[in-house]
Structures are given as C-alpha cells and as structure tokens.
Design a protein around this ligand. Sequence first.
Ligand code: G3H
Ligand code: 13P
Ligand code: ZN
Length: 336
Amino acid sequence: MKKTSYKELGLVNTKQMFAKAIKGGYAIPAFNFNTMEQMQAIVQAAVETKSPVIMQVSKGARKYANPTILRYMAQGAVEYAKELGCKKPQIVLHLDHGDSFETCKSCIDSGFSSVMIDGSSLPFAENIKLTKKVVNYAHKQKDYVTVEAELGVLAGVEDEVSAAESHYTKPEEVVEFATKTGCDSLAISIGTSHGAYKFKPEQCTRDPKTGKLIPPPLAFDVLKAIEKKLPGFPIVLHGSSSVPQEEVDTINKYGGKLPDAVGIPEEQLRKAAKSAVCKINIDSDSRLAMTAAVRKHFAEHPDHFDPRQYLTPARENMKKMYIHKIMKVLGSNDKL
Ligand code: G3H
Ligand code: 13P
Ligand code: ZN
C-alpha cells in the first residue's frame, strides 16, 4: 500500500484528545473492531453521542479481516461519520498490542494515527529499547503519530491473586520508562485483564441473593501512586469490559455456555475515567452483545438464514452498548 498519512484519511492522533480528557475528567472509548457491523455501530454511537472515539485493530483482527480492508474501513468510518452529520469527526485508528517494530511501522505507513507497542512481557530495559525505536519512527513522521506503551503485566485468568499483584505496574519505574521512551501514553496493570473471565471464582465473593460473582476491586492505590509520579500523563486501561450479566444470561439462555463470566464493575471504570486514565479499552463486551443478539435471533427465528436478518439486531445491540459506555461510564459524550 502507498505510504499515507492519517491526516489524508481524516483521522486524528490521540495527543489533544487525551489532554482534553484528562483536564475534563473523562476517558476516550477504545473499541476494537473486526467486522463491518462493529465499525458501523461504533461510528453511529460516537456520532449520536458527539464523542471522540478510538477504533482499534489487533493482530488477530488483521489476520481475520486483512490489514488493507481494515485500513479502508477506518477511512470509510470517517466518511460515514460525516454522512451521519458529524462535521468534524474525531476518530483515531490505533494498532492494539503491536508486537514488533515492523508491525507498528507497517500500520504507521498505511495511515494509522496511533500505535501501541506492547513490550510488557520483555525485561524492563528491552521494553524501553523497543518502545523507543517505535517512538522515534512514529514521531518523526510528517504528521506526528502517537505511541502507547505498556508497563506491568495484565493478570491472566490463570494467575493466582498473589501473582496478579506482583504483575501490577511498579510506580517507581514509570518516570524512567516514560522519560527514556518518550511514549505518549502508558498502559498500566492495576487488576484488569483481557476476556470475559477476568477473575477466577475463588478471587471473588458471591452475592448471596443472586449467586453472581463480585470481583475484587482494582488497585486504585497503584493508580494514584503512578499519577503522583507522572502528573497529567495519559494513562490507559486495557481489559476493561464489564461483562454485562444480562448479555451473559441471554447467551446462556439460548444455548451458550459462559459459566461464571465476570468483568470490571462499571462504577470502578467511572472512577478511573475521572483520573488520569484517559483511554479505556473495550472489546469483550462488544463480542458478548453481538453473540447474545445473534443467539436470541436464531432461537426466535429458526427459519432465518440471511445474515442481514441476524446481524441487524447484533449491530443494534452493540450500538446500544457503545452508547451506554460513552454516556454512563466514560463520560466522553458532548466533547466534539
Ligand atoms: O487485547 C485483546 C483484544 O481484545 C483483541 O483480541 O487479539 O482476539 O483480536 P484479539
Ligand atoms: P476486554 O477483553 O476487557 O474487552 O479488553 C480489551 C482490550 O484490552 C483490548 O486491548
Ligand atoms: Zn488489551
């Protein structure tokens, strides 16, 4: 693909967006997309709520949909937002969990306005070295591309509570990391994790009335300590789906099997959004909203086989979820 700057596509980077979000006490939604229906639902939700939005693409999404198609879908998203009446869309096209300099470079060259280089599994010095290499390339472009880095390891569902704690971002490392790499934002680990099973049942308590799991709280003390070391620096939370119980119940009611799926309670994300956390990543909730709607549709209409019949309610349900996140959790509505 011809080297293209994101500005030619009508996209923006995260620089100003994050500065405004920190000042305003809200967070920008970062929604993953793999399909056209997700892209449409994200754009519709962002336009209707007048919210800036980050559309992010993972390695898995690139493999599933094809990198060229996703890049043109993002370009299409900007034009679609305008068609829906948004005069100046604030849309970022972001690489989620970039795993190498080459992947980041390829995204930057094709028109991404922001990339994440995820060196969180590397030793500290190597994470700095790799992140710095990506930052140098991103920042020297004609149009400044922003870079998200990660320090600390997000707990996996296999981890013990104690192991999870030992993976939290160490506040004493953040100043050296941010200064030496020059990154524009920092993803930290304070107890969130990826997927629909964020905690093992033994890490939670159970609501005696409903039997539902109540997850342990996020480590707000660690977040506070990081904010103190890096005042005003943009902080990112990955693994921030809430795993809405009504979607899980719908999926289970119509033949699915997601026992004990649990996410991050929305009030904790609301609290985080008011701090220096200015980007909150949500992917699993979109998957759940889509799956719940499709399962329900098939159960109620066993004769349907046209994808438009079941993807229409799926898209509607995702849009409803995105609007809810923007307005009731992150507070990024009416910010354009
Ligand atoms: O961080 C993980 C995101 O939810 C993307 O997931 O790699 O399955 O596309 P994926
Ligand atoms: P969830 O799995 O909680 O949606 O997290 C998504 C994410 O962090 C993408 O980078
Ligand atoms: Zn992530």
